[in-house]
Design a protein around this ligand. Structure first.
Ligand SMILES: Cc1ncc(C[n+]2csc(CCOP(=O)(O)OP(=O)(O)O)c2C)c(N)n1
Ligand SMILES: [Mg+2]
Length: 557
């Protein structure tokens, strides 16, 4: 490449990675990069109304596509505003690359205007945070940012570029393609001896259970996971928050674990004599990291891409480091080599299917609820009628949206998005927009409480300006329900900071130029959601619901 403006070189380096959107808010320090997207169709700047909206959209984009995403923000506070979303990208293993314009080198280290030590602010929230110190190093550092973000367990990276490295500077670069500087589609195989031990253990099991984690989604291993479950008559449970790892309508599927999940999944996990934990660290919410859900006698085979996770929270009988798809394939081959027909476990199969049936009956009984305002559980059977195939659902924190964990059925990977163990209320709206940008061919729905929706709903403006048609549903119980339930149960109903007064959310949407709907009766929900999906415009549906604080799903012990 001949010498071009350094800011343009940054944009071309992003294009080499296939980046189609850059999310951010402009600033003095990034203008030499941002303006290079002027008039371009192949790469667009999605200017948000707050940097948090930018990184949450980037997160949604990465999680819905499996591709890296990019934010571009200005020095000091502009980039510090990314911190919340960055922590989500770290916990949720999303390859989000933040390019931060910084003050010029000569103002760094002497309390310059808008100057902060961004590298150290972001070190604990990223896989790598680094500052460029020379114009010529910028191309290599951009490649390093993608390499680190995409390698192994994926995660966010911060690249800080002091503005004087780019302003009025030029660069030439050989413009490598990603496969020349990082592994593309790396599939790490498991150790053969460990695979063989695992296959033996699975074949000797009487009550095997597959616990399918986020690694199954990331490695696109759902088909292999299901095949393994079928040839071994394994019960299937997703790890908490990764319900889209396996098809929820499959006859071996039990339900999701966790406090907001199903007691039936816990019962099956307790009964299992061998758990195949595929692509999962066995997150805290799935099992509490004690023996209340997983039986102390249960043998665990754990497969994860990240060696640090093996045996971290439970002793394992076999630990395998590797890609979930690749190791699942190895296991299938090995099992079938040892036993041509796999293993039939008829007694267990009928036991776990009757456990699964109890869940369906329990949820079915909710259909007789009839309250005004409606109970939040009444929303879900109606909502699910209207969700098109392959619909992406982003679930915000909060008790009413959280009821969806046990009540929405996911059939395809990359259709469920949540706060991923990071736990931030308010992530849902912007993440939902990002999923829609990532997969415009699919419907994107986000579920919120009234508390969570107001966090980043200023991005309704971004949705309208950039025509991002997501459907947001606000379950309004006029309170911070999840916390009110705690104050009720544990603090003698001394309610502080939990009762809310809200605007009408449908009207708020209309003020922004989006579509607003207000639904008071369950029988209207499916039609209104279908209409909103069909209209293909940013829309907000407010549903007033009762305060309802469900108990945690029961555990066997
Ligand atoms: C960033 C952040 N702040 C605070 C909390 C604590 N918190 C969790 S849920 C919740 C209330 C949610 O209220 P709402 O969105 O209305 O949903 P509801 O529980 O009422 O259904 C709060 C304050 C959090 N998880 N994250
Ligand atoms: Mg609420």
């Amino acid at each position: 490449m001949s010498e071009i403006a350094a800011g343009q070189a940054v944009i071309e380096l992003l294009r080499a990675e296939g980046v189609e959107y850059v999310f951010g808010v402009t600033g003095l320090t990034t203008n030499s990069m941002v303006t290079q997207m002027y008039g371009r169709e192949d790469i667009k700047f999605i200017d948000t109304r707050h940097e948090e909206g930018a990184i949450l959209m980037a997160y949604g984009y990465s999680k819905s596509t499996g591709k890296p995403s990019v934010c571009m923000t200005t020095s000091g506070p502009g980039t510090i505003n990314l911190a919340g979303g960055m922590s989500l990208a770290l916990k949720g293993r999303a390859p989000v690359i933040a390019i931060a314009g910084d003050t010029a080198m000569e103002y760094i280290g002497r309390d310059g205007s808008q100057a902060f030590d961004l590298v150290n602010v972001f070190k604990p929230l990223t896989k790598m945070a680094v500052q460029a110190n020379k114009t010529e190093r910028v191309p290599d550092l951009i490649r390093e940012a993608f390499r680190v973000a995409m390698w192994g367990k994926q995660g966010p990276v911060l690249l800080d570029i002091p503005r004087d490295l780019l302003d009025q500077e030029t660069l030439s670069d050989e413009m490598l393609s990603p496969d020349q500087y990082r592994t593309v589609n790396a599939r790490t195989s498991g150790d053969l001896q460990a695979v063989s031990q695992a296959a033996n253990l699975l074949l000797s099991a009487e009550r095997p259970l597959l616990l399918a984690g986020g690694g199954v989604v990331d490695a696109e291993a759902s088909a292999e996971a299901v095949q393994l479950a079928e040839i071994l008559d394994m019960a299937m449970v997703p790890s908490y928050g990764h319900h889209d790892a396996i098809p929820n309508s499959h006859p071996n599927y039990i339900g999701p674990p966790g406090g907001r999940g199903s007691g039936e999944a816990h019962e099956a996990m307790d009964r299992a004599d061998v758990i195949l934990a595929l692509g999962t660290k066995i997150n805290q919410a799935s099992s509490s990291w004690d023996y209340s859900v997983i039986n102390e006698d249960t043998k665990i085979i754990q497969i994860d891409i990240d060696p640090i996770e093996i045996g971290r929270n439970y002793p394992v009988s076999v630990g395998i480091v590797g890609d979930a798809q690749r190791v699942a394939q190895q296991l299938i081959e090995e099992v079938l080599k040892m036993s041509v027909d796999g293993k039939t476990n008829n007694i267990w199969k009928s036991e776990f299917q009757s456990i699964a049936k109890k869940r369906i009956e329990r949820l079915g009984a909710e259909k007789s609820l009839n309250a005004n305002p409606m109970m939040p559980q009444q929303v879900y059977p109606e909502l699910t009628k209207a969700l098109p195939k392959g619909c992406m659902v982003t679930i915000d924190a909060g008790v009413a949206p959280g009821l969806s964990y046990d009540r929405i059925f996911f059939e395809e990977p990359r259709t469920m998005f949540n706060y991923a163990g990071q736990g931030a209320l308010g992530m849902g709206f912007s993440v939902g927009l990002g999923t829609k940008l990532g997969r415009p061919d699919r419907t994107a729905v986000s579920l919120h409480g009234d508390g969570g929706f107001l966090y980043t709903c200023g991005e309704l403006n971004t949705a309208v300006r950039h025509n991002i048609p997501s459907v947001s549903i606000v379950l309004n119980n006029n309170c911070m329900g999840a916390e009110k339930s705690q104050q009720k149960a544990l603090h003698n109903e001394k309610y502080v900071g939990v009762d809310l007064e809200n605007p009408r959310f449908d009207k708020l949407a209309e003020v922004f130029g989006a579509k607003g709907y207000y639904v008071e009766h369950p029988s209207e929900i499916a039609d209104v959601v279908s209409e909103a999906v069909k209209n293909n415009e940013p829309s907000v549906i407010e549903i007033p619901v009762q305060e309802y604080f469900p108990p945690s799903a029961p555990t066997p012990r």
